[in-house]
Design a protein around this ligand. Structure first.
Ligand code: ATP
Ligand code: MG
Length: 445
């Protein structure tokens, strides 16, 4: 995707404002999720009635629970990632591990009931960025009696309209009331309190009641989490970040599959200004909420591009540049223990991404190159970029290094032998070593 606009009228401040206001800081870009189905928020309800029990956040782990023998290891990793994310909230969050779910509570301290409930809302919001969780439910934790569960359900459904259904299940089968009996008992009380109709097939509001070993959790639908696997479960990789729309989405998709991403950006400096670096930094900052502790490497690439042009790359200039980027990335991957490279390539999107050219890129390095967007259309990629909050940053103008020295016609069927010949003339291996040596590292923690 060519990015135009050599006159760049924004600076680091602008980019950081975008990164913090729109993409960073625990998912503020999506607006506050409604943790309730009713008009009244949990905060109001809890403030109104102590019978609601202790406010907490209940997390459904989805795919992670299917992992058989490795499950414990995955759960340990997820708990560590959750704890790290919770540090951002500055709240005294306690993590309780229950069978198949994780529960987060906040020590009440000096907070009023309403302030306490708001703090728990903040926890729910922040944890919804952590991959490996399929659903984030704002729940009430009540004593283990049918009466307490019913009272919490009545409060939760206050302010809702339309039919409802109670879905009860017992993780503790010794609980004296069966799941079906419990659902009926609670349903009757909700009906009596609010006069709402029951519709088990198509309810507007679902009230979930889960009986655990020590307590009962009562909650409505909640919000979707990121899904996927905990970051770190699949190892590490270096993500090549251009500052465009595709590469941050590609990195995000691989984080969701458990890869910890180290980011690498090639700027056109000294032939261009530093604006593309600001963008890359802002993008990494926006993505950091999904993994924490991110690192960005920046390599000035302008001179190397000139060297390629001088060695007669001509129509192969773009593919040759990309191969040199990949070689440099492979060296940095070795430094950080990365086992793969990630790019935002999408088949046929631009001339450097035809099948022959992609094959020629694969030939440049022995590490696998992961291309999660290979089968995605631009509109799909843009929708995802909007959802994860990177689109507005990617769309800022900058001078990308790839737009420098672009030949009038780009080769769509690059031949590996030709590329190797060009690289032989300037000892691309050594050049990549030198480039990796110039990488500047920015840590986001
Ligand atoms: P993006 O794919 O991020 O929108 P783009 O489509 O303009 O940008 P291309 O020139 O098609 O990027 O490059 C495809 C991929 O190569 C990018 O997704 C990215 O992974 C990598 N890449 C390109 N330019 C750079 C760069 N300056 N720094 C790091 N990686 C880059
Ligand atoms: Mg692209």
């Amino acid at each position: 995707m060519p990015r135009t606009g050599t006159t760049v009228s924004f600076g680091m401040t602008e980019i950081l404002r975008l990164a913090c206001g729109k993409a960073g800081g625990g998912g503020t870009l999506r607006g506050p999720p409604c943790w309730q189905t009713g008009g009244m928020s949990v905060t109001d309800q809890v403030a109104a009635a102590p019978a609601a029990g202790e406010p907490c956040v209940l997390l459904k782990l989805g795919e992670i629970v299917l992992k058989g023998r490795n499950r414990q290891q995955f759960e340990r990793l997820l708990r560590g990632n959750i704890r790290a994310a919770m540090k951002d909230t500055g709240l005294p969050v306690e993590l309780l591990h229950r069978e198949g779910v994780v529960v987060l509570t906040v020590a009440r301290g000096e907070r009023t009931q309403a302030e306490h409930a708001q703090a728990v809302d903040r926890v729910a919001q922040r944890v919804s960025d952590v991959p490996g969780i399929v659903r984030v439910c704002r729940a009430a934790r009540v004593p283990k009696t049918p009466e307490a569960a019913a009272a919490a359900a009545v409060l939760l459904t206050a302010g809702t309209t339309g039919p409802f259904a109670v879905r009860a299940r017992r993780r503790d089968k010794r609980f004296p009331v069966t799941s079906a009996e419990l659902a009926v008992l609670i349903g009757k009380q909700v009906q009596a309190a609010h006069g709402l109709p029951v519709n088990l097939k198509h309810p507007d509001t679902e009230v979930f009641v889960e009986v655990d070993q020590r307590e009962v959790f009562v909650f409505t639908g909640g919000q979707p989490g990121q899904g996927g696997l905990p970051v770190g479960m699949s190892g590490r990789a270096v993500a090549l970040m251009s500052g465009g729309i595709d590469s941050p989405v590609a990195a995000y998709r691989m984080m969701r599959r458990g890869l910890r991403c180290y980011f690498l950006h090639f700027s056109g400096m000294p032939l261009t200004g530093p604006e593309s670096i600001y963008k890359a930094y802002a993008l990494v900052r926006g993505l950091d909420r999904f993994q924490g502790g991110s690192r960005l490497f920046v390599v000035p690439f302008g001179k190397a591009q000139q060297a390629l042009a001088s060695s007669g790359a001509d129509r192969l200039q773009v593919v040759a540049q990309r191969r040199l980027m990949l070689k440099t990335a492979a060296l940095l991957a070795r430094r950080v223990g990365g086992a793969a490279l990630i790019t935002g390539d999408s088949l046929g999107q631009v001339s450097s991404q035809t099948l022959p050219n992609i094959t020629a890129l694969d030939d440049a390095v022995s590490l696998p190159i992961l291309r999660p967007l290979l089968g995605w259309d631009k509109t799909e990629i843009m929708a995802e970029a909007r959802r994860i909050g990177t689109l507005s940053i990617s769309e800022l103008p900058d001078q990308d290094c790839c737009t420098l020295l672009t030949p009038r016609r780009v080769e769509t069927r690059a031949r590996i032998d030709d590329l190797r010949r060009i690289e032989g003339r300037l000892d691309a291996g050594q050049l990549a070593e030198r480039l990796a040596g110039t990488a500047q590292e920015y840590r986001l923690d």
